[in-house]
Design a protein around this ligand. Structure first.
Ligand code: HPA
Length: 270
């Protein structure tokens, strides 16, 4: 895999602005952040050697380079979900690419169902921590020492300083910011009421079908991570209604400008 990665990176490197150290993965219905990117250049996934290609509706499938908050960034519009049939190596391939490009920070967003009784649809949740319930671990297999250690520490998967910055910025600008634990599951079914209840009992505040694999690989690779969930539906007894992908996308769209604002303000300060 290392050889393949190196080929991807040497193809990409000349196209990435000098000094780029922040990667951003945009979740379902959360692609509008790219409208705030200046000096924008788009690279479709199909054009990138060895890059997987995304398929799910609402995911455009391209890398976007440019500036956000004045700083050079690389954004992924469209991620690879495990439920689409990609292997964990494919799901996390872009994060490895960012690591080998020398990035320091990974910002992630996703749409999620909220189990916390104080959450409302449209809330933004700062991810404090996660519970990995994916059936396969992205680091399973022979460890590549060049990429990270065999047994990575996960005591602070979501960087404390970045989280503090997010909280401060939200407070200063009167943006309601929830925080909590994200449960990562494979999907593609949304949860049954009993499953939402179970995820709440084990300590989750929100549940979704992404992020955890990418964050694990980012931590393995030494990147500092900040992640947000947009609460698009509620897995709270008495508030559970039928949910569709289209509704998730619509709810995400409404909340995303606030999340984009917080991300941009943080990037300014990096
Ligand atoms: N469950 C899992 N994934 C999701 C949900 C949910 O309720 N909402 C958006 N993504």
């Amino acid at each position: 895999m290392l050889q393949t990665l190196k080929e991807t990176v040497s193809w990409l490197k000349p196209q990435i602005p000098e000094g780029t150290k922040t990667g951003i993965i945009l979740g379902t219905g959360l692609g509008d952040l790219v409208n705030n990117i200046t000096d924008k250049k788009e690279i479709p996934y199909e054009a990138i050697p060895h890059f997987p290609v995304s398929t799910v509706a609402g995911h455009k499938g391209k890398l976007i380079t440019g500036r956000l908050g004045g700083k050079p960034i690389l954004a992924m519009q469209g991620r690879f979900h495990f439920y689409e049939g990609y292997s964990m190596k494919e799901v996390t391939y872009p994060v490895r690419v960012m690591q080998l490009l020398g990035f320091e920070y990974l910002f992630v967003s996703n749409a999620a169902g909220g189990m916390n009784g104080s959450f409302q649809v449209g809330d933004i949740m700062l991810i404090e921590d996660h519970i990995n319930l994916f059936p396969e671990h992205p680091l399973r297999g022979k460890n590549q020492e060049e990429l990270g250690v065999r047994f990575p520490d996960m005591s602070e998967a979501y960087d404390r300083k970045l989280r503090q910055l997010a909280t401060d910025i939200a407070g200063k600008h009167n943006i309601k910011l929830q925080s909590g634990v994200y449960v990562g599951t494979q999907g593609p079914t949304f949860e049954t009421p009993a499953e939402y209840h179970y995820f709440k009992i084990i300590g989750g505040d929100a549940v979704g079908m992404s992020t955890v694999p990418e964050v694990i690989v980012a931590r393995h690779g030494g990147l500092k991570v900040l992640a947000f969930s947009i609460i698009t539906d509620l897995g709270v007894y008495g508030k559970i209604v039928e949910v569709s992908h289209e509704e998730v996308q619509a709810a995400a769209k409404i909340a995303q400008p606030k999340m984009a604002f917080i991300m941009e303000e943080i990037i300014k300060q990096l």
